[in-house]
Structure formats: structure tokens, C-alpha cells
Design a protein around this ligand. Structure first.
Ligand SMILES: C[S@@+](CC[C@H](N)C(=O)[O-])C[C@H]1O[C@@H](n2cnc3c(N)ncnc32)[C@H](O)[C@@H]1O
Length: 165
């Protein structure tokens, strides 16, 4: 599976801002991690311990560093960019989503980018997903400002930036 279109589209933008270090939070099968690593970014995949076991050989063959998600709250990685593609919309527990966003805030450098992508909720049907306003409500108050918005085929990607205090 190829990298998310949102990631592919935003690479030139991130390169313009000299983004080097990237955390792929909830990296799944590493489609985005591998794509960015091949372009020269320094990538760290963050995943649940159970999923990391599943992808261990893939991590070795693609030489991607990984961290168990339960350890990241103790880290301050000062990353330039965090990706969170299709993770928030699969987690029903609001507190669990809050924990993830807090971990991301703590591990981003001031001015760092935070890309969130979800399936967009369709107000007229019962499909699972999130609305732009719901994302903003859960994210902005930590100290992020919205930079860009991409919508495509029922998918919603928002690029936030950590406010420099
Ligand atoms: C739908 S997949 C998306 C994978 C990848 N981001 C992509 O776009 O292809 C969601 C991933 O989030 C991971 N995940 C779920 N809860 C997590 C958590 N609390 N911390 C880190 N990863 C988590 C799952 O293990 C799964 O691999």
C-alpha cells in the first residue's frame, strides 16, 4: 500500500520548512514511515507493543527505529513533525485519544507540525469518523494552531502547528 496522499502532497511543504525528524504515531504497516525514510527523513515508528511484534521483521528490513507507545509519555523527542493517520477515528475512548494528543504535544518541538488524518464523519449517515470541529476541539486547546486542511474522498487531513510560546 502506498503512502497516504496527504503525506505525499505535504512533503515539499515540510522540506521547505527543513523538517528532518518525524514520528509516525500508530504507524501500522509502515507505509508512511517507509515512504518518508526513503526520501531522507529520520523516522521513528510508535506503535502498541502487540503491533510492534507483528511488524518486527518489516522494521528490521526497512531499518526503521521503533518505540512502544506506552513509553512515549516519558520521552521529549523534540520532533519536527508527527503523523497521526487514521488512529484517532478508530479509538472510541476520548481519554485514550487525549493521551495520544498530549504525548504528541510533549514530543514536538515548538513550531513543529502535527498531521492528523481521519475518515470524515458524514452528517447524513451513520458512518464512523470525525468532523473537522471535533478534531479542533480535541487538539487546539493543547497549544496547536491550524495551518492547512485537505479533504479528499471522505478523508479529512488537518495540519496543525505547535504554538511557539
Ligand atoms: C488504521 S491503522 C493506521 C496505520 C497507519 N497510520 C496508516 O495510515 O497506514 C491504526 C494503527 O494505530 C495503532 N494504534 C492504536 N492505538 C494506538 C495507541 N494508543 N498508540 C499507538 N498506536 C496505536 C494500531 O495498532 C494500528 O496499527
Amino acid at each position: 500500500m502506498g503512502a497516504a496522499v496527504s503525506v505525499q502532497v505535504l512533503v515539499p511543504y515540510w522540506q521547505h520548512y527543513h523538517v528532518v525528524s518525524v514520528i509516525d504515531y500508530g504507524a501500522g504497516n509502515l507505509r508512511n514511515s517507509r515512504y518518508l525514510k526513503n526520501l531522507g527523513f529520520k523516522v521513528l515508528a510508535v506503535e502498541t507493543p502487540r503491533h510492534l511484534k507483528k511488524i518486527s521483521s518489516m522494521l528490521v528490513s526497512s531499518r526503521i527505529a521503533a518505540l512502544e507507545s506506552c513509553l512515549i509519555s516519558n520521552c521529549r523527542l523534540n520532533a519536527d513533525l508527527v503523523l497521526l493517520n487514521f488512529v484517532l477515528n478508530i479509538i472510541d475512548d476520548k481519554r485514550e485519544r487525549e493521551k495520544i494528543i498530549r504525548n504528541i504535544y510533549l514530543n514536538l518541538k515548538p513550531g513543529g507540525f502535527f498531521l492528523v488524518e481521519v475518515k470524515e464523519k458524514n452528517k447524513n449517515s451513520s458512518t464512523k469518523g470525525m468532523l473537522e470541529g471535533e478534531l479542533d476541539n480535541e487538539i487546539v486547546h493543547y497549544g496547536f494552531e491550524k495551518e492547512l486542511l485537505l479533504r479528499r474522498r471522505g478523508l479529512l487531513a488537518v495540519l496543525y502547528r505547535k504554538i511557539i510560546l
